[in-house]
Design a protein around this ligand. Structure first.
Ligand SMILES: Nc1nc2c(ncn2[C@@H]2O[C@H](COP(=O)(O)OP(=O)(O)OP(=O)(O)O)[C@@H](O)[C@H]2O)c(=O)[nH]1
Ligand SMILES: [Mg+2]
Length: 441
């Protein structure tokens, strides 16, 4: 039996193509409770809303066996074809799965309409959202590598279309022939440009490391509340909204912790299940930023029905970009304001016993002070705070500390500067060796 329903987010504004969404759910997925079919369909609708598509219908389709030619069964394809006719002028069918080029083309022929899969849709969103030169270069590379594998779509639209990448159509598109060599040439150029960007980023990171502020990076599933938390903690106003992939380009701000220690907080692109490999590869420069952070905070939407499956997805993406021996990230269990009081108490109880977790509401700030204290504690493991007494006349030692450590507090009397300074243990040893007199004072 096919369940049929439409559930359109109330804040969505649709204006472009009239679209029909099909979420194929494999029978074995129904049996395993990993992901709920309804919320998968909701997510697909959310993705369509992220580029203002008009969703005229949506359904969950049970699939017993994947058909090599069509993905769906013949009868299913015909039934959907009739439904599309009934709806009149449907411009686009989104199949929330990964289609082979053959399946995509066959379905387009059966339904006489454009068909895109989940990867194509996500690439469209990234294309529409990328603002910086780096973001656009990364998305264009991902889109080209996707198109190269299909050899059906016009890449020349990339230059002309503002926002999207032309998967959703354009005049005369079907007549345009793709020249693999041209794509390869363009991809080579983009890769070189990205290599340059990576190098610049590396230099910036090194420069930031020299100013000894630790980097705390927010990671997590899209819409989990990373930007909201970023804004609450740093009193900023980056875009945070109920929209999948609202953030694409990384942002940094200073964050002052209760001890006086400053860190750099970074907000970045969210993850999603089945994140296209093309995007992971192209977004390496952005993702490297994440992996080189001193502390990773995994922001989770704790009230989402698929919260646990989302957690696994995020860990899986991190796995592909991190070194294998990396510690799992610390967890921020967000949106606790939406919990019933029973659930709230139970969660606080279990978090209280876990030193890798903090529960909070990024929206109303509940628990954010605890997170800051928690960060302070973690950072003092990385960089201990030392209380030093230094003769005011010893300008060299003072200058060294300002250059290599983070001076948290300073009080001067007639003769001495009393300094609290956060230093890496390696740096502390270097300091102690060089300025023995200070240490033994
Ligand atoms: N009730 C509640 N809503 C929250 C909380 N934190 C975030 N939200 C909402 O969740 C939605 C997504 O928030 P964002 O901060 O944009 O999420 P994000 O993780 O940055 O999302 P992307 O940039 O799309 O990956 C917004 O509508 C927020 O208002 C929270 O603690 N409580
Ligand atoms: Mg965001």
């Amino acid at each position: 039996m096919n369940e049929k329903r439409i559930n359109i987010p109330s804040n969505a504004t649709f204006s472009v193509a009239r679209s029909y969404i099909v979420h194929p759910h494999l029978k074995q997925q129904f049996k395993s409770s990993a992901r709920n079919a309804d919320s998968c369909l909701d997510e697909a609708i959310g993705l369509a809303a992220a580029i203002q598509l008009e969703v005229v219908g949506a359904e969950i389709l049970r699939i017993g066996r994947i058909d090599a030619a069509r993905y769906l069964g013949k009868g299913q394809a015909e039934r959907i074809g009739a439904a599309l006719q009934g709806l009149g002028n449907v411009d686009l069918v989104i199949l929330d799965t990964s289609l082979t080029p053959v399946q995509q083309r066959n379905l387009e022929q059966i339904w006489h309409t454009k068909v895109i899969d989940r990867t194509g849709l996500i690439l469209e969103i990234f294309g529409a959202r990328a603002r910086t030169r780096e973001g656009r270069t990364q998305v264009e590379l991902a889109a080209l590598s996707y198109q190269r594998s299909r050899l059906v779509r016009s890449w020349t639209h990339l230059e002309r279309q503002r926002g999207g990448f032309g998967f959703l159509g354009g005049p005369g598109e079907s007549q345009l022939e793709i020249d693999r060599r041209l794509i390869d040439g363009r991809m080579g150029k983009l890769k070189r440009a990205l290599e340059k960007i990576r190098k610049t980023r590396k230099t910036h990171r090194r420069a930031r490391k020299r100013i000894p502020y630790e980097i705390v990076a927010l990671v997590g599933y899209t819409n989990s509340g990373k930007s909201t938390l970023f804004n609450t903690l740093t009193d900023s106003e980056v875009t945070a909204q109920n929209l999948l992939f609202a953030t694409l380009d990384p942002t940094h701000r200073a964050l002052k912790l209760p001890s006086g220690r400053q860190v750099v907080l970074s907000d970045t692109v969210g993850f999603i299940s089945d994140l296209p490999t093309e995007l992971v590869a192209a977004f390496r420069a952005t993702l490297e930023e994440v992996t080189e952070a001193d502390i990773l905070l995994h922001v989770r939407d704790i009230v989402h029905p698929d919260s646990e499956a989302q957690r696994q997805d995020v860990l899986q993406v991190l796995d592909t970009i991190q070194e294998s021996d990396s510690e799992p990230p610390l967890e921020v269990l967000n949106k606790i304001d939406l919990l019933s009081s029973d659930h709230y108490d139970a969660l606080q109880n279990s978090v209280g016993r876990n030193d890798r977790c903090v529960a909070l509401s990024a929206l109303n700030g509940d628990g954010c002070d605890k997170l800051k204290l928690f960060l302070d504690e973690l950072l003092s493991d990385i960089r201990a705070c030392h209380e030093l007494k230094i003769e005011l006349a010893n300008g060299a030692a003072l200058a060294w500390l300002y250059q290599n450590g983070q001076v948290l507090k300073r009080f001067d009397d007639q003769e001495f500067a009393h300094i609290s300074v956060a230093l890496d243990s390696k740096d502390y040893q270097r300091f102690a060796k060089r300025f023995t007199k200070v240490i033994n004072l």
